[in-house]
Structure formats: C-alpha cells, structure tokens
Design a protein around this ligand. Structure first.
Ligand code: AMP
Length: 149
C-alpha cells in the first residue's frame, strides 16, 4: 500500500474528535505522514440570516474565539503545530474539500456515526466529504453503533 504523506483530520470538537484523531495519528506514525487539523464554523447567518434581522458578528466572533482555543488545545494534545491547524468559516464538507486540496492532502480523516437507513454507513458530514473528494477519505466509526431493531 502506498504510504500517505499528508493527512487532514476533520474535527467537530465534540468528544468524537479524539478517536478520529487517534486513528489518524496511528496512520501517520506508521507512514511518517504530516498531520493537519481542520474545524469548520458554520456562519450563524446560514441558519438564521434570512429570518432574523439581527447582527450576528459579535456572537460569531465569540464562537470563533472559543473554537480556536479548543482547536489549539486539541492540536497540542496531538503535537500538531499551529500552522497546521485550520479554522475556517463555511459549510463543513465544502471547506474540508477546499482545504484538503489547498494543502495537497492525500487522505481526509472524518468521524462516522453508526446509523440505519440511508445514513447507515456514514453521518451526513462524512457522506458529504466522501462525495466529491479528490483524495482518499477514511471514515472512522465513532459514537454508539445503532443496530436494526
Ligand atoms: P456528522 O456527520 O455531523 O455526524 O459528523 C461526522 C464527522 O464529520 C465528524 O466526526 C467530523 O470528522 C466531521 N465534521 C462534522 N462537523 C464538522 C465541522 N464543523 N468541522 C470539521 N469537521 C466536521
């Protein structure tokens, strides 16, 4: 198998992020790959912009600052330096693709929840990342697996 050279780990900063990063770190240790982290913040205006006539910039800045602090701590735990920690505003799947291409990643690592039905194999973000990715995507199973009753 070809060794990966540059991995990008997509983290939503929930408790699911650690198993995803653990798996990526294990792969990177085996292959000597460089690790990057990305967290995407969805603008509040995407959800509420059209409906509520309000200036979201203060809240958005606060969300950005808190996410940046959390990402810094997370990156430190995995020895990923600040220049390889990316925090961007937009739609997760779009920004993850875009950053992966920008840095020349050859593997995107995402978490995937066990779900039934159409979402059985992948959560919505993982599914979105897989479709249209220009490099390999590794979906790491996270959370409780749901089984058919
Ligand atoms: P979901 O489909 O929302 O359950 O998320 C599954 C996985 O997608 C997470 O474990 C992350 O790897 C990735 N992900 C979800 N939201 C974000 C986000 N805002 N920024 C970066 N990655 C994300």
């Amino acid at each position: 198998m070809t060794n990966y050279k540059k991995l990008i780990i997509a983290v939503d900063l929930s408790e699911d992020s650690a198993p995803v990063a653990d798996r990526a770190q294990g792969l990177a240790a085996d292959s000597g790959a460089e690790l990057h982290l990305i967290h995407v913040i969805e603008p509040l205006s995407f959800a509420y912009g059209g409906d509520i006539p309000m200036d979201f910039s203060g809240i958005q800045d606060e969300i950005h600052q808190q996410a940046a602090q959390q990402l810094t701590r997370f990156g430190e735990q995995y020895g990923i330096p600040p220049e390889r920690q990316h925090i961007v505003l937009g739609r997760p799947e779009v920004e993850i693709h875009s950053k992966a291409e920008e840095i020349g990643a050859d593997l995107i690592v995402v978490g995937s929840h066990g779900r039934y039905g159409l979402a059985l194999l992948m959560g919505s973000t993982a599914n979105g990342v897989l479709h249209g990715a220009s490099c390999d995507v590794l979906a790491v199973r996270v959370g409780a697996c749901k089984t058919k009753s």
